[in-house]
Design a protein around this ligand. Structure first.
Ligand code: ADP
Length: 494
């Protein structure tokens, strides 16, 4: 943008005005100018013309150049102001320049005016840029400080060579201090760490000072007023060329409210689990009595209709019992402790079929098994039993009665250092809309067969606990294949 420079001339002598105007014509930049010859016309032009620079004579009948400069500073604070005058004496020049007036050009040397104008404008523009940069910096520091306070988030730096520390205002605030109330230092920070966590925090920091890498930790702090807060700290190093740490910097985040919410959640989760265990236990007692009584009654009752009802009661009671067992299993599988033992897959499958033999449809399902494992696989029998139970039971439940025969192929092999279990059936398949969701709790893909929607959730949770993965491929009406990958070396993922 090359807008014309606006020059305001404050001069009451027409002859001098003419001389100055002539010099201005030598400027090799575009400009426009206006003239004022007394105080009031000067003030008016400052406000209306809004000049980029003022050239002013020194003495006027009603005021002088220094007063004019004062008015300019008030009305147009950042523009340069040059006195163009006859000789005023060296002492006066010094006094004039002391007031902050940009420059002084004597009328005998008016030829200097164009270069002085350009120089003054350049300096003014540089000062303006600098002011803007400083303002922007102040603004962004203010914004950062506000957002840190808002999010309870502070940052800090420690120079490991000079031991100098910087803490942001919010770092002080999190520790219960006013900004710079005390000299920031690592010793001061450590003095706030709760005694329960101190050894651990010291050890973590020491470990990372010896082998610098990013690290983080949670700890409690006690403020000077005795208030306990929870903080999260994350730290990183700046290293020299040899890998020696020069500086450590990081953030601290006051996570007290999140921690309290987490504690409340853990407590209510525990209560919920206790309630479910207890309710399930209390319900299963009378249920097993019902199942037992219906079994005995079936021996004595001769009436066909009554027998039919007894059978229905027995089946419903068994289903309810199975649901209660699944519910407890799904609650406990995540946090139960596991034991590992060699897995005999043949025995495992036999055990499942023994349990399922009286289920409707079991005898119709043709099962083939291949096991090409060369080594003994050690894992949690409890989890694998529940996996095979649910997989086989689902293949039985969701078989397609429109097919001439239903099958389930179970394939056990080693693949890329993992155990791969494949369960492939030609059942009813799963609709695309449910495929992503069937591993979630209580999600069912069909209402045509009864179920609790917990089986696959239990399977997935158990597999993940062993560090494995499960995936599904299925085509509605054609069949379903579940692929499970488990690490060869069993480990527990908490
Ligand atoms: P449930 O069988 O009690 O409904 P699951 O968690 O075991 O609960 O299964 C969730 C859903 O996944 C089932 O409702 C069913 O729609 C679908 N599903 C699971 N296994 C199969 C399978 N082998 N063939 C077809 N659909 C299946």
């Amino acid at each position: 943008m090359n807008a014309a420079i606006k020059i305001l001339l404050l001069e009451h002598d027409p002859y001098d005005l003419d001389l100055i105007a002539r010099e201005l014509n030598k400027l090799d930049v575009k400009f426009i100018h206006k003239t004022a010859d007394d105080k009031s016309s000067f003030e008016k032009e400052l406000l209306e013309f809004k000049p980029d620079i003022v050239l002013s004579d020194y003495s006027f009948p009603d005021f002088n150049g220094v007063t004019a400069f004062g008015i300019t500073k008030e009305l147009c604070p950042d523009i340069p102001f040059i006195i163009v005058s006859g000789t005023v004496g060296e002492q006066n020049v010094v006094e004039i320049l002391k007031t902050g007036i940009t420059d002084y050009v004597i009328k005998d040397k008016l030829f200097l005016l164009p270069t002085r104008i350009i120089r003054a404008l350049k300096e003014a523009s540089e000062i303006k840029d600098r002011k803007e940069a400083v303002n922007n910096l102040i603004q962004s520091e203010r914004r950062l400080s506000e957002s840190q306070a808002f999010a309870h988030f502070g940052n800090w730096e420690l120079d490991l060579v000079t031991n100098d520390s910087f803490w942001s205002d919010e770092t002080f605030a999190i520790l219960g201090l006013k900004p710079n109330e005390q000299k920031a230092s690592s010793e001061l920070f450590m003095s706030f760490i709760h005694p329960d966590d101190l050894a651990n925090v010291k050890e973590t920091i020491q470990k990372h000072l010896e082998a610098p890498a990013e690290f983080s930790f949670y700890s409690k702090i006690i403020r000077n007023d005795g208030v306990l807060r929870h903080i999260y700290s994350a730290c990183k190093f700046i290293l020299d060329k040899t890998g020696k740490p020069l500086q450590i910097s990081g953030i601290i985040h006051d996570v007290t409210s999140a921690k309290r919410m987490e504690e409340e959640l853990i407590a209510s989760n525990k209560e919920l689990k206790t309630f479910i265990y207890k309710a399930s236990h209390d319900l299963r007692g009378p249920l097993s009595s019902i199942i037992g009584l219906t079994t005995i009654s079936k021996m004595d009752v001769k009436d066909d209709t009554a027998l039919k009802y007894l059978q229905m009661i027995s089946e419903s009671a068994k289903k309810l019992d199975a649901t209660l067992i699944s519910l407890v299993q799904s609650m406990s599988i995540k946090d139960m402790s596991l034991t590992f033992e060699p897995i005999d897959f043949k025995e495992l499958i036999k055990e499942v079929f023994a349990q399922l033999q009286f289920h409707e449809g079991t005898s119709r399902l043709k099962v083939t098994k291949t096991n090409t494992l060369k080594k003994t696989y050690t894992s949690s029998k409890m989890i694998l039993l529940s996996v095979f139970q649910n997989m086989i039971q689902n293949a039985v439940k969701y078989q397609n009665y429109n097919q001439e025969e239903s099958y389930l192929n179970i394939d056990i092999s080693e693949k890329n250092g993992m155990i791969e279990l494949i369960f492939q059936d030609n059942g009813i398949g799963i609709d695309d809309q449910f495929k992503d969701k069937i591993f979630s709790m209580y999600v069912r893909g069909t209402s045509s067969v009864e179920g609790s929607g917990l089986g696959l959730y239990i399977v997935k949770t158990g597999i993940e606990k062993l560090g494995g993965k499960i995936s599904v491929k299925s085509e509605s009406g054609k069949g379903t294949t579940f692929t499970i990958l488990l690490p060869l070396e069993t480990k527990i993922v908490s």
